[in-house]
Design a protein around this ligand. Structure first.
Ligand code: UD1
Ligand code: CA
Length: 446
């Protein structure tokens, strides 16, 4: 039945008080993307349309973050059943399958949900179940004859016997869109929390003779984040996945546990990443790149064969050409370093274009900011920038030109010229010895 249209409702109206944060819980990030961003990406991957996000009044930053997907506002947090009901208007006339997801459960995987959909028959409700032994806080799935699902009992409402059931509710459900709101109209709030439980749709459906079923998934995917500690747990799980995927894609991670990825990091084949490297969002690394230890890279592109680090920092807009070298304590921002160019030591290259094969000496600084405006520095192909050159932008160094070490360059340099812009050296033979002799004599006087 996978050809049935799919809509998704993502619940995100919970206050998240245990995060102790000014930021709504679902906007906290895992692997560089908000939790709700992860969940929406999964719903998108499944082709769900519309994807309606249920928020509480005043959660405008969540609404902005999920745009262009619509939000539905749940006036008061009266439980998960009530939350889903708030999306009724947004789904008016929709009769496909409705997928319920939680905005604070970022580890759910598209493949798991695709399998759940694929296994779906004519049942009114399919619940994604997880195996969680022991005294967990999850709702318990009570099975009936032939393994169909009879009802869900919340841990707080469960008898001792029911609490021994280890098949639990992940929270994810697929519900027949033609019936969902009719079923929800019949659930009450006579329970331990005095809330309208979404989980009660199962018993309501069963009472009408409808069939409900369980599809099982790995428990890890259902991890819900309520606290900073659980956020760190989700991060660890996500990083483990991203590291596995990087290695499966042909990258060598010498110490996978110390490499931190973003959700969208792209690594080519035969990339080597040394220990303690951090990838922020928006990074694409081509084949055969070597990223040496302690480098930090975000919103940057690195072309094949380049060598980055150790201790390099590539900031947003850095574009590193084939075979280029960016060495220790070099920061690149919004700059193109063309093929084969080198900046090996202690430099800041911002708002610049560095031509192919150019050599940037140690301690080179592009002075790109005057306190009001950013200006560009252009360095031609094959240029040689002497150590400790400051380039006061806007300024252009011609192709093949040289700057003398220690120069402050404020005017354009033509191709193949040398510019030296520093005080001329004055040498006075014997001056130091005379100075010492004079002061030594003076000292003895007192
Ligand atoms: C829920 C399930 C439980 C399941 C568990 C899995 C119910 C009644 N219980 O319990 O069976 O094992 O999830 O994690 O559904 N929310 C709203 N509005 C509300 C209440 C909740 O949007 O009025 C959102 C929350 O932001 C959260 C999600 O719904 O994203 C789940 O709510 P939560 O209160 O955490 O449910 P649990 O008690 O954990
Ligand atoms: Ca929860």
């Amino acid at each position: 039945m996978t050809d049935r249209p799919l809509a998704a409702i993502v619940l995100a109206a919970g206050k998240g008080t245990r995060m102790r944060s000014a930021t709504p819980k679902v906007l906290h990030k895992v692997a560089g993307r908000s939790m709700i961003g992860h969940v929406i990406a999964v719903a998108e991957a499944l082709g769900a349309d519309p994807i309606v996000i249920v928020v509480a009044p005043g959660m405008d930053d969540v609404a902005r973050a999920v745009a262009p997907h619509p939000v539905a506002i749940q006036g008061e947090q009266r439980g998960t059943g009530d939350a889903v009901k708030s999306a009724q208007e947004s789904l008016a006339g929709f009769t496909g399958d409705v997928l319920i997801l939680y905005g604070d459960s970022p580890l759910i995987q598209p493949a798991t949900l695709a399998a759940m959909r694929h296994a779906r028959g004519g049942e009114a409700v399919t619940v994604l179940g997880i195996r969680v032994p022991g005294n967990s806080p999850y709702g318990r799935l009570v099975l009936g004859a032939e393994g169909t699902l009879d009802r869900i009992v919340e841990a707080l409402d469960a008898t001792e016997d029911e609490r021994r059931i280890d098949l639990c509710n992940s929270g994810v459900m697929l519900i027949d869109g033609a019936r969902i709101f009719g079923l929800l109209d019949r659930i009450g709030n006579n329970n331990a929390k005095g809330e309208y439980y979404l989980t009660d749709v199962v018993a309501v459906a069963r009472a009408e003779g409808l069939v409900c079923r369980v599809a099982e998934a790995p428990a890890e995917e259902a991890l819900g984040v309520n606290s900073r500690a659980e956020l760190a747990q989700a991060e660890a799980a996500m990083q483990a996945r991203l590291r596995q995927a990087a290695m499966a894609g042909g990258a060598t991670l010498i110490d996978p546990f110390s490499v931190w990825f973003s959700f969208d990091t792209v690594l080519g084949r035969d990339v080597t990443v040394e220990p303690n490297v951090v990838f922020g969002p928006g990074v694409t690394i081509a084949d055969d790149v070597h990223i040496r230890a302690f480098s930090h890279i975000e919103q940057a592109i690195v072309e094949s064969g380049a060598v980055i680090g150790p201790y390099a920092r590539l900031r947003p807009g850095a574009s590193i050409g084939q075979g280029a070298h960016i060495g220790n304590f070099v920061e690149i921002k919004n700059a193109r370093i063309d093929d084969g160019a080198k900046a090996n030591h202690l430099s800041y290259i911002g708002d610049a274009d560095v031509g192919a094969g150019a050599n940037i000496g140690a301690g080179t600084i592009t002075c790109n900011y005057d306190g009001f405006n950013k200006s560009r520095t252009r360095i031609g192909a094959g240029a040689f920038i002497g150590s400790d050159t400051t380039l006061v932008a806007p300024v252009t160094v011609g192709a093949g030109a040289f700057t003398g070490a220690g120069s402050t360059i404020t005017a354009d340099i033509p191709d193949d010229a040398l510019s030296v812009a520093r005080g001329r050296q004055v040498t006075k033979p014997g001056w130091a010895a005379a100075f010492r002799a004079e002061h030594g004599a003076a000292k003895k006087k007192d």
